[in-house]
Design a protein. Structure first.
Length: 200
């Protein structure tokens, strides 16, 4: 004898259970795919922009005379011919790579602080204190200890959201005397990522 199933509540029917399970698995699959795509895009951005900044910093540091840079830092003045020559070189680096943000050098690192030495834009005093964002410090330490260029993860400070490339500036003896800093503003990218995240 066959028992009629019409009298069962909706939630106990096999077809209803299968439909709800299918809907839940489909939704979970879409969300997981969206999350993985978001993460992949973020990593791609860091890889592409990071590589771009790393190459600029690496090539730019080779154009800067470390001994001349040391002399500028020792004198502590931004109105000398040596400062002007380094500044002109930084301006060429900025213009050739179509960078919106100024390119600058840092020196005298102690804990969370460094000192600004030469900048491609503005008239900052040589030796002005420069607070290092915490996210940049591991990359900067690598540059100083290993003498190799490095990039930062995406980080934010009071001036915006950034990715930064660093490269060592060396003197004739091969000693790192300063670090070339190349910034890229990442605000627009993060807004686009946030919009993508909201659309998921």
């Amino acid at each position: 004898m066959v028992v009629a199933r019409e009298g069962l509540p909706l939630w106990r029917r096999l077809a209803s259970r299968l439909a709800v399970t299918f809907l839940a698995l489909t939704t979970l699959g879409i969300l997981l795919t969206g999350y993985l795509e978001y993460r992949e895009l973020k990593q791609d951005f860091q890889r592409v922009i990071g590589g771009f900044l790393l190459n600029i910093a690496r090539a730019g540091a080779l154009l800067l005379d470390g001994d001349q840079h040391q002399a500028v830092v020792t004198r502590g003045k931004n109105d000398t011919p040596a400062y002007g020559a380094l500044r002109a070189q930084l301006q060429r680096i900025q213009q050739a790579n179509q960078l919106e943000e100024p390119v600058y050098t840092l020196t005298s690192f102690t804990g969370e602080d460094g000192r600004l030495a030469v900048t491609s834009r503005g008239q900052e005093p040589v030796g002005k204190e420069y607070r290092l964002p915490p996210e940049t410090q591991p990359s900067l330490r690598r540059v100083l200890t290993e003498g190799k260029p490095a990039i930062t993860p995406i980080y934010s400070n009071e001036r915006g959201t950034w990715v930064t490339g660093f490269a060592p500036i060396v003197n004739r003896k091969g000693k790192t005397v300063a670090v070339l800093n190349v910034d890229h503003r990442a605000d627009a990218y993060l807004i686009a990522l946030a919009n993508l995240r909201r659309s998921l």
